[in-house]
Unconditional design. Structure first.
Length: 462
């Protein structure tokens, strides 16, 4: 057989290289024309609208990328995502979750780290309640989600009432307490104001606070309890914000011989808080007739039947002008708040993890955090954005005062319920049921009620 000439071999090699190059080009052309999609669901409302707006902005900056944000009813969106994630589906690249549902999601989320996000720029109390998980095996904390906004449980009040100097003088003479809610240092000041305003027929009810059995109690009680908890070193162990996931309804330390903290509310501090909570509720509709909850508390306030209420900042973003112009905001008595932030994380099963992380970084950018405030009237979570907003002299003075107050006290928003995995399924029902029985007079011994709830929690965790 004759040998193949060098020229022939060279010709064959050139042809092969050209064919390979053409094939590669065709492949790249085909793949580059294919759109990459990031998809996730979020509960319908103002924040979902912001996310959809941000998605369009991100798409415009990333040709070939489409971010789809699907709005779901609040009652459905947690279960919708969990069902998908439990099947290890890659349908959703990003995962939205609430503070209290956080640890139901973490097994399916990608751990996040400080090389990806500047966590020091996020308001720590917001990120702490849901974005951070305490590992009982290693004793360390791990990030799984990023807070998008600052959402806090605070006090709102009718300025028309509290700016009335005649009422202020009369109240201060009778109770020896400043009439301004901004100055109140403990919850008895609220009770005094309730008693004064209802007894003088200024308002039908006192300050409204959630007493709904299915969920609201677990939001309202910690807000009151924190005042007592934070002042009891036997409960905090010098850590008044509690341990991530367990938070203030557990001790701020892990007792020797255990791998987790123990309930803190079956204590003198808990009894004092429950009795105070019951006093507050005595100045609103009886829970046996009308339970005050997340949905109706704003309506009741807008009707003018109460001087104020304890609500989440997200609930007041869209007050009608006649209400917002006469509504002031204040921290909880004693100068702190509770957190109610929602989060986004990255699914472990996503095929586009790097792009999903980039979208989260975009949401936390200066541009989008400012847009969140100016266009969607929500408070940013980025600490570095607040000075920029506060320096904007075109903002009304009242708006800048509210920004400053939110920024100051959101950093002290540690009055939070637990969000460990059994919270939704067991801890909330067992606690709320006991407390509701006390609030409605079915049980009269506050100590026994809290001991029963703590026993149920301990049995569940043990």
């Amino acid at each position: 057989m004759k040998a193949i000439s060098r020229i022939t071999i060279a010709t064959i090699v050139v042809v092969v290289v050209i064919v390979a190059a053409v094939g590669s080009f065709a492949y790249l052309l085909n793949t580059s024309s294919k759109q990459v999609e990031l998809k996730f669901v979020y509960f319908s409302g103002n924040l979902c609208t912001f996310l959809q707006y941000a998605a369009h902005q991100f798409d415009a900056q990333h040709p070939g990328v489409k971010v789809e944000v699907v709005g779901e009813p609040f009652s459905d969106y947690v279960s919708t995502q969990l069902t998908t994630l439990e099947a290890h589906s890659s349908q959703y690249d990003l995962v939205g979750f609430t503070s209290t549902s956080a640890q139901s999601f973490t097994p399916y989320l990608l751990p996040l780290n400080s090389t990806q996000f500047n966590f020091s720029d996020l308001l720590n109390a917001q990120e702490f309640f849901g974005g951070v998980v305490y590992n009982t095996t290693t004793g360390k904390q791990q990030y799984y989600g990023v807070a998008l906004t600052t959402a806090v449980y605070l006090m709102i009040y009718n300025e028309t009432i509290f700016d009335n100097q005649t009422l202020a003088n009369q109240f201060e003479q009778e109770y020896h307490v400043n009439f301004s809610p901004l100055t109140w240092q403990n919850w008895t000041d609220v009770v005094d104001a309730d008693q004064f305003l209802t007894s003088h027929h200024i308002t039908k009810y006192g300050f409204l606070i959630d007493d709904h059995e299915s969920h609201g109690i677990i939001d309202a009680f910690p807000a009151v309890f924190y005042w007592y908890y934070s002042r009891d070193s036997n409960l905090t162990g010098g850590n008044p914000k509690g341990i991530a996931g367990y938070n203030v309804m557990f001790t701020g330390y892990v007792p020797k011989g255990l791998s987790y903290p123990i309930p803190s509310f079956n204590s003198t501090a808990g009894v004092d808080a429950l009795q105070t909570y019951a006093e507050l509720i005595s100045y609103e509709p009886s829970p046996t007739q009308l339970q005050v909850d997340y949905d109706n508390i704003i309506t009741l306030y807008e009707e003018g039947v109460s001087p104020g209420a304890f609500v989440f900042s997200t609930q007041i973003a869209h007050f009608p002008t006649n209400v917002s112009s006469t509504t002031g905001i204040a921290p909880l008595p004693g100068g702190y708040m509770e957190t109610g932030t929602d989060f986004l994380g990255v699914s472990r099963f996503s095929h586009h993890k790097a792009l999903a992380i980039e979208f989260l970084q975009f949401l936390l950018s200066k541009q989008m955090q400012e847009t969140l405030y100016y266009k969607f009237h929500d408070y940013p979570v980025s600490k570095s954005v607040y000075p920029l907003l506060l320096s904007n002299t075109s903002l009304p003075e009242t708006a800048r005062a509210d920004l400053q107050l939110i920024y100051q006290y959101a950093q002290l928003a540690y009055a939070n319920p637990p969000n460990i995995p059994p919270t939704y399924s067991y801890l909330i029902p067992s606690f709320n049921g006991q407390v509701y029985n006390y609030l409605t007079g079915q049980e009269t011994n506050a100590t026994l009620v809290l001991q029963n709830a703590a026993k149920a929690w301990t049995q569940q965790l043990g």
